[in-house]
Design a protein around this ligand. Structure first.
Ligand code: GRF
Length: 253
């Protein structure tokens, strides 16, 4: 594949982004980051990117969501088939055809249209979500996953999936009394943290460990795992296979 071009979405401090930047700089990942986007204008990761001369942009999710809630938001453009997206999505189960789901998807799709418009300026092979705290809809995913042979959107999640999907993986792991925690890198599908697993790392939770200890141990592993999985992608060693209706990732030797 040569040197791959990587786009990144972030929401916060960007320590995972930094780990990927460093792994590109050291040559571990044969790749370079071509843009960094955020839903949050104050994300510390934007500063990390700017320091490296990586182009950045922001899509103001919070504003778009609040406009839709107040009924003053823009309408979806004609080309968007909201019903088809509601049928495809797997974020809301049991009755996605209701006004709450419609509002949710309308605001997210409007945000995604803005993201896609700003992304047009950059050619990229792989999109990584590095602490991006928004869910992506089939509208966005289908426009990025082309051609369909290998998914193109990766995420890092702070738990050993399929346990503890959602936004507080380490908190949920800790509060459940787990004796092992971990992190997972996976491709994105239409559900919440349900996509095919690429790699995982685990750590022991010892008596006396606080939630902060769990988060610290987990993040340190995330900084190793994410670059390793992106490296596999860049070396063209990942493939997907269907097994009993489930998509699995296989790693070539
Ligand atoms: C990480 O724990 C990531 O797994 C989670 O949010 C945190 C982001 O950290 N989704 P950072 O912004 O990469 O420092």
């Amino acid at each position: 594949m040569g040197v791959i071009k990587i786009g990144a979405f972030i929401s916060g401090g960007g320590s995972n982004l930094q780990a990927v930047i460093d792994a590109c700089d050291s040559g571990q990942i044969p790749g370079r980051i071509v843009f960094v986007a955020s839903d949050n204008p104050d994300a510390g990761g934007l500063v990390r990117a700017e320091k490296k001369g990586i182009p950045t942009f922001v899509t103001p999710y919070a504003r778009l969501i609040s406009e839709i809630r107040q009924g003053i938001g823009r309408k979806l453009p004609d080309h968007v088939d909201l019903n088809a997206i509601l049928t495809k999505q797997a974020l809301f189960t049991g009755g996605a055809q209701n006004s709450k789901a419609e509002r949710f998807f309308t605001s997210r799709i409007l945000a995604e249209i803005d993201l896609l418009r700003q992304m047009e300026a950059y050619d990229f092979d792989l999109l990584i979500l590095a602490g991006f705290m928004r869910t992506l809809t089939p509208y966005f995913i289908d426009r990025v996953n082309t051609p369909k042979s290998l998914p193109r959107i990766m995420n890092i999640h702070p738990a050993l999936l399929p346990a503890f999907p959602g936004f507080d993986g380490y908190g949920d792991t800790f509060r459940h009394g787990c004796k092992v925690g971990g992190c997972t890198v996976h491709f994105i599908d239409y559900g919440e943290d349900t996509g095919p697993i690429i790699g995982q790392k685990s750590f022991d939770i010892l008596p006396g460990d606080s939630l902060d200890d769990v988060k610290r141990k987990g993040l340190e592993l995330e900084w190793q795992l994410y670059p390793q999985c992106i490296q596999l992608y860049a070396e063209d060693r990942l493939m997907v296979e269907e097994n009993r209706g489930k998509i699995l990732v296989k790693i070539r030797k």
